[in-house]
Design a binder for this molecule. Structure first.
Ligand SMILES: *Cc1c(COP(=O)(O)O)cnc(C)c1O
Length: 368
């Protein structure tokens, strides 16, 4: 927390706006719209998963449809496809950004078309804050006229060619879950291209109530609207977003410097000057053939002995038991990332003594 969150929340209490309605909601939405820019209209919701769900609803995804999704991601990207009774088609990553591979994406689309199915949407992800290959993915989507739902849950504050992540897709999802770059404890937002689309999103997020004095419903809705209390936290968090990005990037630089002197470790880094990552998490790949046999798991356990938590990367969706029978296109890029990758402590609240402890634990392991 930055400090001003409590004031916004206290104001909600004072004015008795304890509901999924109120001035903080509108305020947080306009803060986000100003930040994301590009004439976007934003509806704040109860989670990032809800945002992806409402994007699918608005694109008319329903029973029996197919939606393409980056396999290397958190389940929040893929689960909403199932909520709609549709089927996910998973696509591999490419090595430069670790995100969806445009070539495998096109192969997937062509094969699905061959099977008589036109995918209804594509869900690429800016994983760990790293923008995906924006132009290449947009070109494939445009060629086959398939809308993009940009999963920007981890990438608020990241840019590609100075344009904010969350402004590239036909829709985009943001998340303010407790672990994200800014948080409302739990929450999310759907970025829309027009005011009427945003109004539809709000309509669906508040139980799809018709315009009548009584409660009347012609469609099925959801209880997905953010509360005015959470939005108060969000307004305070917007004031520290840039600071959080700077701190995460400092952590990334800290690891870059350590690993520059150690063979066999690659830090996920921007492929060119066009990319600017918020470095939400700093993630590395460990290549045991160059580290005298030290692998990812040994490194994780070593850090754990010093009470330093690190975690394997996201387990790809096509390897998840629940999605085992779903189609997958690609090779083993995502799989190898999962096998050899590790997320390192990256929080905005780490201090010099923490960094010292992390550095000496890493150096101890690799000097052997
Ligand atoms: C966190 C996250 C989501 C879901 O957001 P919630 O607010 O937790 O529902 C979706 N996709 C990715 C990549 C995420 O990291």
């Amino acid at each position: 927390m930055g400090g001003q969150e409590e004031e916004f929340v206290a104001k909600a209490f004072r004015e008795n706006w304890i509901a999924p309605l109120g001035p903080n909601l509108n305020g947080f939405e306009s803060d986000l719209e100003n930040y994301i820019g590009n004439d976007k209209h934003i509806a704040v919701l109860s989670s990032g998963t809800a945002a992806i769900h409402l994007a699918l609803v608005q694109l008319g995804v329903s029973e029996g449809d197919e939606v393409i999704c980056q396999s290397f991601t958190f389940c929040g990207s893929a689960n909403p496809i199932m909520y709609q009774g549709a089927s996910p088609v998973f696509v591999d990553s490419e090595p430069s950004t670790w995100n969806i591979c445009p070539k495998a994406l096109e192969t997937a689309i062509l094969d699905r078309l061959d099977k008589g199915k036109t995918p209804k949407a594509i869900i690429p992800v800016h994983l760990y804050g790293m923008p995906y290959l924006i132009e290449e993915v947009a070109a494939v989507a445009a060629k086959y006229n398939i809308p993009i739902i940009e999963d920007a849950a981890e990438s608020l504050g990241s840019t590609y060619k100075s344009q904010k992540c969350g402004s590239f897709g036909d829709f985009a999802a943001l998340s303010f879950n407790g672990n994200k770059i800014i948080t409302t404890s739990g929450g999310g937002a759907l970025v829309c291209k027009s005011q009427p689309t945003k109004k539809r999103a709000v309509f669906y997020s508040t139980q799809a109530r018709d315009d009548a004095p009584h409660y009347q419903h012609s469609e099925i809705g959801f209880n997905y609207r953010m509360s005015n209390v959470s939005a108060g936290i969000g307004r305070g968090q917007m004031l520290v977003l840039e600071k959080h990005v700077a701190l995460r990037r400092e952590m990334h630089q800290f690891y870059q410097e350590i690993f520059a002197k150690i063979d066999g470790i690659t830090v996920l880094t921007e492929p060119s000057e066009d990319y600017f990552s918020n470095h939400w998490l700093t993630a590395i790949l460990v290549n045991p053939s160059k580290t005298q046999g030290i692998d990812r798991e040994q490194m994780r356990l070593h850090l754990e002995t010093y009470n330093i938590e690190s975690r394997p990367l996201w387990k790809p969706m096509h390897l998840q038991p629940v999605f085992a029978d779903r189609p997958y296109y690609g090779t083993n890029v995502a799989e190898e990332l999962f096998e050899n990758g590790l997320c390192l402590p990256s929080g905005s609240n780490l201090e010099d003594p923490d960094r010292k402890r992390i550095k000496s634990a890493i150096l101890e392991l690799f000097k052997k």
